[in-house]
Design a protein around this ligand. Structure first.
Ligand code: PRX
Length: 535
């Protein structure tokens, strides 16, 4: 089956329909200066990027990694890769060397688009990336060397004309989204051009924007929410949207909501919890009367934040549940549903969600178990890139096992319980304990380590590291700092443990698997339960 190329559906189509000058993005910088970009602007700029990529040897199916912070040029680069029929992979600037190396090597990135301040991270690992042919920087005026070229300069020298296939096979790879598992390296969920249909439909069904509504998704485009509901769905449906350049900033966020008269706001529980810590007067100083609805994703929207948000913003808050792998919202709340505070809502039209036990038997309402989805929705990930085994592990026959524990009530509402695996959801970011443990084990003072997540009032979970020191070593502030910097440089700043605890030995079972539940129980002061399989 053929579908519109993502870049055609999101950009060129508007230009061809005579709607190119329509507002696609209202950009707000950290100094609150504003800039409006049209569909035509992104169509033009992405054509320049595509032409440059082709000139540099990118052919269909090649990966181009985009390692820059959220910005209009990131959007042009993403669509440029789509026009060149490449696979785009947007990465967080917070990634450390090892985290970056894992993703760039697994994705076989041929070109990385980056900026001056992040260049050092790539040059440090370049020798380990045989597929990497070129680095393009967005903020150098001139080329730095044969392998580090200035994208900015190339853009000024390139015509905004690029002929690309408007129609592509629905299964054509479009982008990769890396996500962490409980074991092994991060996995790249591969999404295809055919996924856009579900992304648009879910956006319409759940967000329900009316003509002229202004929409704001606060998620970073390196996160699945930022790419799907910050770029693809709003562009693909021709929505008016605002984006704020920086990360969380209470004053600027509240001013943006008020002055731009945002109508529909998609954000995350951690952001709401951070806002909840601000002085209450901040909220009464602003007029949020343009706001119609708020939506949330990424972590449980606890009743406490839900009620606080409703009180302060005076609108309903609709929680939504989905994953990097699902490509679009699977379960959610939306008008005219009655929201049950704390529930993720109901599967959206066309999605079949249910609860199974470990033997994949359907569980009755009220009984907790594995949250599963019937395989086959359009935006489903097509594989984990170069890791077919991990992909197969997520399925039992035609059932996708999400990795979350949940239950369904008699009225069909789903309730999140926890992850079914060891992945730690800290401030909405999934961190694999294995990645943090591997990094800490490289520190000479440490001989063994185990990492778990513990409940946190702000972050949902915070990362706790248990370390066993070499015999001649003692724990010190300096060693703690060394560990923190090491994890940040190696893995990512989001993976830095909040606490370190020294232990005599890491509890493991007879086959050497870390018994995280025992550590969790010890940490929480509870009974560790059955320890008969311990080494
Ligand atoms: O554990 C669930 C949690 O985030 C996981 C997916 O993370 P990621 O692939 O990074 O995508 C996040 C944004 C789509 C899920 O397996 N999660 C997501 N939404 C919710 C949630 N946990 C509780 N409630 C939610 N609404």
């Amino acid at each position: 089956m053929n579908v519109e190329n993502i870049a055609y559906a999101c950009l060129t189509r508007f230009v061809e329909n005579g709607e190119g000058s329509r507002e696609a993005l209202h950009w707000v910088d950290t100094d609150l200066s504003e800039q409006i970009y049209s569909f035509e602007y992104f169509d033009r700029e992405s054509s320049r990027v595509a032409a440059i990529l082709k000139q540099l040897g990118i052919v269909p199916g090649d990966t181009v990694s985009i390692f820059i912070p959220r910005s209009p040029i990131l959007i042009s680069a993403f669509f440029g890769v789509q026009k060149a029929m490449g696979i785009s992979c947007i990465l967080f600037g917070t990634l450390g060397e090892e985290g970056l190396l894992d993703r760039l090597s697994n994705s076989n990135a041929k070109i990385v688009i980056t900026r001056k301040s992040l260049l050092r991270k790539i040059t440090a690992i370049k020798d380990k990336l045989p597929a990497l042919q070129q680095i393009l920087t967005i903020d150098h005026d001139d080329h730095q060397s044969d392998s580090v070229l200035s994208l900015r300069k190339l853009m000024t020298e390139t015509d905004p004309i690029f002929d690309y296939p408007r129609w592509v096979d629905a299964e054509t790879p479009a982008f990769l989204q890396y996500t962490s598992g409980s074991t092994g390296k991060p996995k790249g969920a591969l999404h295809v051009h055919g996924a856009l249909g579900d992304m648009r439909q879910s956006f319409r069904d759940i967000m329900q924007l009316e003509a002229d509504d202004l929409y704001w998704c606060t998620a970073d485009p390196a996160w699945i929410t930022g790419i799907v509901y910050g770029i693809l769905a709003p562009f693909g449906t021709g929505a008016r949207q605002v984006q704020y350049s920086g990360t969380y900033n209470a004053d600027n966020w509240l001013k943006t909501l008020e002055t731009l008269k945002v109508n529909i706001w998609y954000t995350a529980p951690t952001a709401l919890r951070m806002l909840m810590q601000e002085d209450e007067n901040k909220f009464t100083q602003h007029d949020f009367s343009s706001l119609k609805r708020m939506y949330s994703v990424g972590e449980p929207l606890n009743p406490e934040i839900y009620h606080w948000g409703r009180k302060v913003f005076k609108v309903e808050i609709y929680d939504t549940w989905w994953q990097s792998e699902t490509g679009s919202m699977m379960i959610g709340n939306h008008p005219p549903m009655t929201v049950k505070p704390g529930s993720m809502g109901k599967p959206r039209a066309g999605v079949e969600a249910f609860i199974c036990n470990d033997d994949m038997q359907l569980q009755p309402d009220g009984k907790q178990g594995l949250l599963c989805l019937r395989k086959g929705w359009g935006s489903m990930f097509r594989t984990y890139f170069h890791n077919e085994a991990a992909y197969s592990d997520k399925f039992k026959n035609s059932i996708y096992i999400t990795g979350d524990l949940a239950y369904r009530d008699e009225e069909g509402y789903f309730w999140y319980v926890s992850r079914a695996d060891d992945v730690i959801n800290t401030a909405g970011h999934l961190v694999g304990p294995f990645e943090v443990e591997s990094a800490l084990l490289e520190i000479e003072e440490i001989v063994d380590v185990a990492v778990i997540g513990a409940d946190d009032p702000l972050l949902h979970k915070r990362i706790i590291a248990f370390v066993k020191l070499r015999n001649d070593q003692t724990w010190s502030k300096e060693l703690e700092l060394k560990c923190r910097i090491y994890v940040s440089n190696k893995v990512s700043t989001t993976a830095i443990p909040a606490e370190f605890h020294v232990i005599d030995s890491v509890p493991k079972n007879q086959s050497g698997k870390i018994l995280r539940r025992v550590l969790k129980a010890i940490y929480e002061g509870k009974d560790p339960g059955d320890t008969s399989t311990m080494e």
